[in-house]
Design a protein around this ligand. Structure first.
Ligand code: NAP
Length: 249
């Protein structure tokens, strides 16, 4: 029996990077996957095909996580397409707009807060009624080590990721009595398509500073999500798991 056999999962922002890695690992473990993207339509449809070939149901939806109305519509659509059941929600969609505070525009602060943090409110609100009716659900929020520690040049991003942690713990306290769990993952330096474009020397110096001497992979994060999504973590809620090769230790 696969760990997520027959479970229905929503993942925001899975057209690439960590979200895509989670979608693949979840489908390999038997989950049906509804996932969103913002603009990468071709890669999203390609992934949809790839996941369906694994014998699960998978569907890509274009939906802006920052929009309350779009989140409501998305969840209504997913419920129609996936037999009215949602077992797991993964709030993964996120962006960076880095700059020193001195140079950061109001627009760049707001867009990062809206896409990274307000999206979590939008999606949790939109799925809450279903979880309450089922008396079961697992919500996983993709924070960051930067939300725990802070980072120069990322006041907007770090604030959004720290906000996700406060939100996670509050939801865990509010919905625990209904068997709805909510946990956060704080990835460290994860090597995705995005980091491939960075200067190799710089990246190597980051790897050298990590106790496990390597960057993380999307699969490393997906495996942590697998734990929180499955019944292996049935007694775990309100936690932040650093998946960072020991970076914050
Ligand atoms: P990524 O490669 O840039 O992928 C971001 C995903 O989010 C894409 O699928 C993108 O869709 C989607 N997205 C962006 N804006 C959206 C919106 N408004 N509505 C819906 N979807 C949207 O990022 P990643 O590195 O995989 O990161 C995934 C999450 O992990 C983020 O929350 C990030 O903050 C967090 N994280 C990453 C690292 C790291 O080292 N990579 C470390 C710590 C935390 P499109 O392709 O259509 O744009």
């Amino acid at each position: 029996m696969k760990l997520l056999e027959g479970k229905n999962v929503i993942i925001t922002g899975a057209s690439r990077g960590i979200g895509k890695g989670i979608a693949k690992v979840f489908a390999e473990n038997g989950a049906n996957v509804a996932f969103t993207y913002s603009s990468s339509e071709a890669p999203a449809l390609e992934l949809e095909k790839e996941l369906n070939a694994l014998g699960v149901k998978a569907k890509a939806y274009k939906s802006n996580a920052a929009s309350y109305a779009e989140a409501e519509n998305l969840v209504a659509e997913v419920l129609k397409d996936f037999n009215g059941v949602i077992d797991v929600l993964i709030n993964n969609a996120g962006i960076t707009k880095d700059n020193l505070l001195m140079r950061m525009s109001e627009e760049d602060f707001d867009s990062v807060m809206d896409i990274n943090l307000k999206s979590v409110f939008n999606m949790t609100k939109a799925t809450q009624r279903t979880f309450l009716k089922q008396r079961k659900g697992s919500i996983i929020n993709m924070s960051s080590v930067v939300g725990v520690k802070g980072n120069a040049g990322q006041t907007n991003y770090a604030a959004s990721k720290a906000g996700m942690i406060g939100f996670t713990k509050s939801v865990a306290l509010e919905l625990g009595s209904r068997n709805i769990r909510c946990n956060a993952i704080a990835p460290g330096f994860i090597e995705t398509e995005m980091t491939e474009k960075l200067d190799e020397k710089t990246v190597q110096s980051w790897r050298d500073g990590i106790p496990l001497k390597r960057g993380g992979t999307a699969e490393d994060i997906a495996n942590a999500c697998l734990f929180f999504a499955s019944d292996l973590s049935a007694y775990v809620t309100g936690q932040v798991l650093n998946v960072d090769g020991g970076m914050l230790t």
